[in-house]
Each structure stands twice: as C-alpha cells, then as structure tokens.
Design a protein around this ligand. Structure first.
Ligand SMILES: O=C(O)CCC(=O)C(=O)O
Length: 278
C-alpha cells in the first residue's frame, strides 16, 4: 500500500515509467534523489509491478474549503467571521474574528496551567521528540474536552466545511520573546517512514487552521517562505490552509514557520484536519 502514500504526481510518474520499461534501478535512483526513503520507494514500485492501479487519471479529491465568494461568513452557531485574504494555491484564507476576545482569553486560561515544552514528530520514527526548531510551550485538548473547545470545533467545521470528527484535538502553543517554530510542513511526508503510521490512522493532514489567541507587539507572524507571504498575529483571527492540492497530493508550497517573537507573548490554537475520522 506504499503507492497510495506517494503524491499523486509520483504515482503517475511511477506507473508511466514502469509502463515505459524503465529498470528498477533507474526508477529507484531517481526517487531517492528526490528525497524518498528506500523502503517506501521499493514498496511503491513493487505495488505498481504487482498491478495496483491507484491513478488512471488525476481526479479531484474532497478537501476543506471556504465560501470565499463572501466577505463574511455566518457560521452554524451564528458567529460572523470576516474573510480578509485568500489565495488559490496553496489554498489559503486569512480570517478575522474567528474567536471573540473573551473566547481567546478563556482558551489561554484553560491552557496556562498545562503548558509543557513543545515537541515535533520524528520523521523516521513517527514519535514526538523535543527539538531546537520549536521553542515554545504547549498543550493539547481532546475534542470537545471543554464546552468552549467544542463550540470552537463546531464553528471551524462549518467555516471550512470539514466534519468535526475528522479533526485532531486543538493544540495550544505559547511563545515568549525569541520563541519560534522553524519552517516545516504539517502533512505527513510519504518520503519518511515515520509518516506511515499516522496516515494509516486517519489519513493525511489535509488542512491546518492556526487561530491567534493574543496580539503580539512585534514579530510572531506566520510566514509561508515558499510563496513570500506572512500574516501577523491578531487576537481572534485565523490562518487556514490546505496541505494538499485539489487532487489530494501534498502541497510543498504550504511550508510555514512561526516567526520569532520580538516583543510580547504569542498564543495560538491549531486545528489539524484529517482525511478520515480521527
Ligand atoms: O506559530 C505559528 O505561527 C505557526 C504554528 C505552526 O506552524 C503549527 O502549529 O503547525
């Protein structure tokens, strides 16, 4: 089943090259040069040679989406959110007033006593490890752990048209001066063996919503360096992007970073949206 873990372009490329009669050696050499790990590449090639047909052609896949033709969206709970900026690719929307000031303050209060040093996912093992690239403290809430968390999750589900059941629990991060989260992708990269167990569990992380729970005096934006874009944290606003393109392939343009905080304290709540029930 490794073939399904590859971005769609690579699935097509693999099929085409096997059909053309290319040798295993030439196919694997090129895949390794492009960052795929040998076990994943070998298994995917084996899948194709065994006749697993995953892609006959590129077909559009369901992914979270926003009614961006409107300048403001009234969510199912009656809360009105304003659309400030959007981009088609990577599919990105910046919203204002996703949360009220009181909701932001309550989220901060709920998390403050539980914050611990943040970790990242080890690409090879798929486990959580501490890393110098992520200097923040954080905690997570189970889905609907608190009435407020439940309300926010329902609101986000109607805002980005994606079922609550396909969302991970909210993760809260707190960055002090100098705190940052260096450039990374939120999707599980099939090139790394540690991704497989996450993808098997609930599918790809198809979308990300980063909600800003505090204003920050200086720095602390979220940047997308591959497209030269940065949003500044504003209490109650949120940045949403799809980690996959319209065909379901991972989108490297979603590389993003939490820019170092220069002055002030930055709090965010992040919601990751999965392909299947989480
Ligand atoms: O702190 C930020 O602005 C970015 C956070 C982030 O990248 C994440 O939670 O995945």
């Amino acid at each position: 089943m490794s073939l399904k873990l590859l971005p769609k372009e690579w699935q097509i490329w693999l099929h085409d090259n096997v059909a053309k009669g290319c040798s295993d050696n030439s196919i694997l050499t090129l895949m390794l040069k492009n960052g795929f790990k040998l076990p994943i590449a070998t298994k995917a090639l084996e899948d194709v040679r065994l006749g697993e047909v995953v892609v006959a052609s590129r077909t559009e896949q369901a992914r979270p989406s926003v009614a961006i033709e409107r300048n403001s969206i009234v969510c199912e709970d009656g809360h009105e959110v304003r659309v400030l900026t959007h981009m088609k690719a990577p599919y990105t929307v910046y919203f204002e007033h996703v949360l009220t000031d009181a909701e932001c303050d309550e989220m901060v209060a709920l998390s403050d006593s539980q914050l611990k040093d943040s970790t990242v996912v080890d690409m090879a093992l798929g486990t959580s490890v501490a890393h110098a690239h992520r200097t923040s403290t954080g905690c997570s809430f189970k889905r609907a752990e608190w009435p407020l968390v439940d309300r926010i999750e329902q609101r986000l589900a109607s805002l980005v048209n994606w079922p609550v059941a396909q969302g991970e629990g909210l993760q809260i991060l707190r960055y002090e001066q100098g705190g940052e989260y260096r450039a990374h992708h939120d999707y599980f990269d099939p090139a790394y063996s540690g991704s497989q167990k996450h993808v098997e569990q609930a599918g790809q992380r198809v979308g990300t919503v980063i909600m800003y729970l505090s204003d920050v005096d200086e720095g602390g934006g979220t940047s997308m360096p591959n497209i030269g874009f940065e949003v500044r944290p504003r209490k109650g606003s949120a940045l949403f992007f799809c980690n996959v393109d319209e065909y379901g392939a991972i989108d490297p343009m979603t590389l993003h970073a939490g820019v170092p905080v220069v002055k002030g304290v930055k709090y965010i709540a992040t919601k990751w949206l999965r392909e299947r029930e989480f």
